[in-house]
Design a binder for this molecule. Structure first.
Ligand SMILES: Cc1cc2nc3c(=O)[nH]c(=O)nc-3n(C[C@H](O)[C@H](O)[C@H](O)COP(=O)(O)OP(=O)(O)OC[C@H]3O[C@@H](n4cnc5c(N)ncnc54)[C@H](O)[C@@H]3O)c2cc1C
Length: 454
């Protein structure tokens, strides 16, 4: 009998798992259930779609041919209940699917603030293609928007609206943008560029109420009582893993429960506590051996990597998921920005949970280390910024804004925990030319490694 693989969710993790399973098991039956009518597309790419830089059809990583090659059965439905003991998943409307191995790759959803007026026409979020289309439909010259939240998604919406000539007010709860990942100089750089583009930033400002007339947004009231007229309110205060299936799976029998905390708890092979149930991507809370904690990630690359490992293990293999150094290459207010490894700490008031395109791994800086010498900052020009976090003898993390020449060397040095003792003191000099030092060191280090390996 061919194995029956069931995957819930056709996003980065689900698609990577399907591809991997097919590469290992040509005869197995793969069924993918997804409730997104737009299929499989790049969610990070939605920012470029909103800004009008990329057409919708370019957001799809798989062609029809790729799908045919995988011999999947796609079921456009919502999975509504999981019974791990019976190896069965119920789907809308009133049907069910049985499996030998199940992958939960259900991603995450935007969290909602608790303010009156959320149900008004003109209140938007940015989870998926449908949301992006809605924002585009509502964005016309002469309109006014208020954006609330932080991290990458809030900024993408601000910039998308701005590109569509919507006058945009951006509310920040405290005094700077993305305070637990960026340092004050980096936040300032982003905010300065936003203001230059015409965005009105309101510091220390919280949303108290969304006001409506005839069911449509007509304005907001801030917590200090100011009224701002607007037609659109975009909310991006963070996400929560989509765990409904996992949570209700344990309601009947604790013996087959899928254990959850903030996400679905998985072991190093990405198996949950329930037999034959795996989880990967935004929904999975996986062990990070370097901190010893179970962390959440909302990074595309992590979802793909986890989907691959889960796929291998669903075919009966025993691969361990080894988290790579968290990496994101994104654009903040037009500046290409690469974030690698551990660069920040603490909480960002604008995103009470986890933002999109975010990693809890970025914020594992110990307070003692963060406050002292190991954090170095160098700004070369108004457009470029480089920050390297130096541990005792390795680089812990880096943030590169603007010129990206040094990103690749830094990624390799950080992920391979290169011993930087030979240049440590020079890196700490106040006028250190960080890019030059690091690039030259990487070239030598690579040469030595190649010689040792041959
Ligand atoms: C606007 C935006 C910007 C982003 N920017 C970045 C970035 O710059 N860099 C980066 O690395 N990452 C970014 N991300 C995050 C990245 O896209 C996610 O980490 C990644 O998509 C997670 O993959 P996943 O497979 O876990 O979940 P998803 O890709 O979210 O896929 C989950 C799928 O499961 C389906 N589903 C859920 N529950 C059910 C159910 N019960 N029944 C049927 N189907 C279900 C959903 O409809 C969805 O199709 C961004 C995401 C968004 C939305």
């Amino acid at each position: 009998m061919p194995q029956r693989y069931l995957i819930v969710g056709l996003g980065a993790a689900g698609a990577a798992a399907a591809e991997t399973i097919r590469s290992q098991d040509p005869a197995g039956e793969i069924v993918v259930v997804s409730d997104d009518a737009h299929g499989y597309y790049s969610r990070p790419g939605l920012a470029y779609y909103l800004a009008g830089e990329v057409p919708e059809h370019m957001l799809h990583p798989f062609s029809d041919h790729d799908f045919r090659r995988l011999h999947l059965r796609q079921v456009p439905a919502r999975a509504t209940r999981l019974d791990p003991a019976a190896h069965r998943v119920e789907i809308d409307p009133g049907d069910s699917l049985s499996y030998d191995r199940l992958l939960l790759a259900t991603g995450s959803l935007a969290t909602e603030p608790s303010v009156p007026g959320l149900d008004l026409e003109g209140v938007v979020k940015q989870d998926d293609m449908e949301d992006a289309r809605r924002i585009l439909k509502l964005s016309h010259r002469g309109r006014v928007a208020v954006v609330v939240g932080g991290g990458i998604t809030a900024l993408e919406v601000v910039e998308g609206l701005n590109a569509r000539h919507v006058h945009t007010h951006y509310f920040l709860r405290r005094d700077r943008y993305w305070s637990n990942v960026l340092d004050p100089a980096e936040s300032k750089l982003v905010e300065h560029r936003l203001r230059e583009e015409g965005v009105e930033i309101h510091y220390n400002t919280d949303l108290a109420q969304i006001r409506g007339a005839g069911g449509h947004v007509v304005g907001v009231t801030t917590s200090d009582g100011r009224a701002i007229p607007c037609n659109l309110v975009a909310v991006a205060i963070g996400v929560r893993p989509r765990m409904e299936l996992a949570v209700n799976a344990g309601l009947r029998s604790t013996a087959s429960a899928v254990e959850t905390q903030r996400g679905i708890l998985v072991n190093q092979t990405l198996q949950s506590s329930a037999p034959d149930v795996f989880a990967a991507g935004d929904v999975a809370q996986a062990l990070d051996p370097s901190s010893g904690k179970r962390l959440l990630n909302t990074l595309w690359s992590v979802a793909v990597a986890q989907g691959r490992v889960a796929g291998l293990n669903m075919t009966g293999q025993a691969h361990v998921y080894v988290p790579g150094v968290p990496l994101n290459v994104t654009r903040l207010a037009g500046l290409t920005t690469t974030i690698i490894g551990t660069v920040g700490r603490g909480r960002d008031e604008d995103v009470p949970g986890l933002a999109r395109g975010d990693s809890e791994g970025w914020r594992q800086l110990a307070d003692s280390a963060a406050g002292m010498g190991p954090v170095m900052v160098q700004t070369d020009t108004a457009e470029n910024h480089l920050r390297v976090v130096l541990g005792e003898n390795t680089l812990l993390g880096a943030l590169v804004m603007g010129d990206q020449t040094v990103s690749r060397p830094l990624y390799h040095l950080i992920s391979q925990r290169a011993d930087v003792t030979p240049i440590r003191n020079r890196l700490l000099e106040p006028a250190a030319r960080l890019e030059e030092l690091l690039t030259n060191f990487w070239i030598d280090w690579r040469r030595q490694h190649a010689a040792q390996e041959s």
